[in-house]
Design a protein around this ligand. Structure first.
Ligand code: SF4
Ligand code: SF4
Length: 188
């Protein structure tokens, strides 16, 4: 190995051997299997996601089928992009805490502006109720699978504001993900 202050030889100063060596390394990798996909042209770049990929959020439900969120605002406070808006309201009758007591609050609305979101996952970390999680679904995937009136959404800013019901509906995306993993059509 050459030391930093060592004087360069004639061949070093030509740079040609180093160039040839670099080109050889490049050529050597051309026929090898690729691990990267062109985004978003190659559908695999959108469809193939690891379990730990941080995609769009979902609001989880308890065993009674009620939204788990207790409208404590911790996720909104932790969010560095300031993209969560929660409207708290008294929880309807039957919304129970983990201990079985009537809950005080629930989110009348819960919005995430996906255009502002940086998918950092801080909201998930902050939640004391495991009420918000991230799916491995990307926004292009979501829009492709949820056309409205036959049109693919994502053309206007409003399409990126996910309200409470959309976030709850994202629980179904686990089914979609499973289909992707098994190579089945997600449209069936
Ligand atoms: S993932 Fe990060 S930026 Fe997005 S809503 Fe959660 S805390 Fe905010
Ligand atoms: S999602 Fe979790 S952290 Fe956010 S308001 Fe609901 S309970 Fe609180």
């Amino acid at each position: 190995m050459k030391r930093v202050n060592e004087e360069m030889s004639f061949w070093d100063r030509l740079y040609i051997p180093a160039l040839i060596k670099g080109m050889f390394t490049t050529l050597k990798h051309i026929p090898k299997k690729k691990f990267t996909y062109q985004y978003p042209e190659d559908p695999r770049s959108v469809d193939e996601r690891g379990d730990r990929y941080r995609g769009i959020h979902k609001l989880t439900k308890d065993e009674d089928g009620h939204i788990k969120c207790v409208a404590c605002f911790l996720c909104a406070t932790a969010c560095p992009a300031d993209c969560i808006i929660i409207k708290a309201a008294p929880a309807p009758e039957g919304y129970k805490t983990k201990e079985g007591y009537q809950r005080e609050k629930y989110p009348e609305n819960f919005e995430i502006n996906m255009l502002r979101c940086i998918f950092c996952g801080y909201c998930v970390e902050a939640c004391p109720e495991d009420a918000i999680r991230m799916t491995s679904i990307t926004l292009p995937q979501y829009f492709r699978e949820n056309p409205k009136d036959g049109k693919i959404l994502g053309g206007s800013r409003n399409d990126f504001i996910f309200d409470r019901d959309m976030l709850v509906a994202n629980n179904n995306h686990d089914v979609i993900k499973e289909k992707y993993q098994k190579g089945l059509s997600v449209l069936s």
